[in-house]
Ligand binder design. Structure first.
Ligand SMILES: [Zn+2]
Length: 58
């Protein structure tokens, strides 16, 4: 199932949004984005769980 995520759903004004063919692929995009655009935020297992709650069908 294709999934989508909108970075602004995380209480920030980041315009980024990502769509991917499945959850694992989407999480890879979000991980890279978090590490490059949202330093010093760390990509933790807890954050992954929060991110998963914001996934939408695309
Ligand atoms: Zn962002």
């Amino acid at each position: 199932m294709a999934v989508k995520i909108v970075c602004a759903d995380f209480n920030n004004d980041c315009p980024a949004q990502f769509t991917a063919g499945d959850e694992g692929e989407l999480l890879e995009h979000v991980e890279l984005h978090t590490k490059t655009a949202h330093q010093p935020m760390e990509w933790t297992p807890e954050l992954v769980e929060v991110v998963k709650t914001h996934l939408q069908p695309a």
